[in-house]
Design a protein around this ligand. Structure first.
Ligand code: GDP
Ligand code: MG
Length: 164
C-alpha cells in the first residue's frame, strides 16, 4: 500500500491546517466532543507520480492541562516512530523554537527514520529568516511554509516524497 507519513508537532503549530490544505477531497471527520479535533485526521495525497497517506497522529489534543499536553505529544511521537515511513515534524515560526520542540526532535533523531522538518507560519518573504533557528534541532534543512496561504507546498511535497 501507500507510504505512511505521520505529522507530529505541538498543539497549534498548524498540523490540521496543513493536512486540510494538502487534502484533495473535502471529506471531514467531525467529532462533537470537546478536546477532539474537529477536522480530518488523515488523507491520501498525490504529488506528481507519487502517492502517500498523511496521518495526524495527534488527532486528540488536550488543551487545558499541561501534563496531558506533554503526554499527548509523547504518545503521538511514539506512534509516528513505530508506523511511519516518513515523519513530518511541524514547528511554528511565530512562536519560535520551544522546549517541547527540542524534546520531540530528540525522540525523532533517535529513530533513524527520515524526518522532514517543516516550519509553518512563514506567511511572507520577509519572515523567511525565521526558519534558520530550527537548524539547531539537528534534523537537516527546514522547509518554510504557510499552511493558511498554501505557500511552500511544492518544496515540502518534494522533500516528503524524495525517497518514494
Ligand atoms: P494544530 O493544533 O497543530 O492542528 O494547529 P491548527 O491547524 O489547529 O492551527 C492552530 C492555529 O494556527 C489556528 O488559529 C490556525 O489558523 C493558525 N495557523 C495555521 N497555519 C498557519 C499559517 O500558515 N500562518 C498563520 N499565521 N497561522 C496559521
Ligand atoms: Mg490539530
Amino acid at each position: 500500500s501507500k507510504p505512511l507519513v505521520a505529522i507530529v508537532g505541538r498543539p497549534n503549530v498548524g498540523k490540521s491546517t496543513l493536512i486540510n490544505g494538502l487534502a484533495q477531497r473535502r471529506v471531514s471527520i467531525v467529532e462533537d466532543i470537546p478536546g477532539v479535533t474537529r477536522d480530518r485526521i488523515y488523507c491520501d495525497v498525490k504529488w506528481l507520480d507519487r502517492e502517500f497517506t498523511l496521518i495526524d497522529t495527534g488527532g486528540i489534543e488536550f488543551k487545558d492541562e499541561r501534563d496531558q499536553i506533554s503526554s499527548g505529544i509523547r504518545q503521538q511521537a511514539e506512534l509516528a516512530i513505530d508506523e511511519a515511513d516518513v515523519i513530518l515534524f511541524v514547528v511554528d515560526a511565530r512562536t519560535g523554537m520551544t522546549a517541547d520542540d527540542e524534546t520531540i526532535a530528540g525522540l525523532l533523531r533517535r529513530t533513524g527514520k527520515p524526518v522532514v522538518l517543516c516550519v509553518n507560519k512563514v506567511d511572507s518573504e520577509n519572515q523567511e529568516m525565521d526558519v534558520y533557528e530550527f537548524y539547531s534541532l539537528g534534523l537537516g534543512d527546514p522547509v518554510g511554509i504557510s499552511a493558511v496561504n498554501r505557500l511552500g507546498f511544492g518544496e515540502l511535497l518534494d522533500r516528503i516524497t524524495e525517497g518514494f
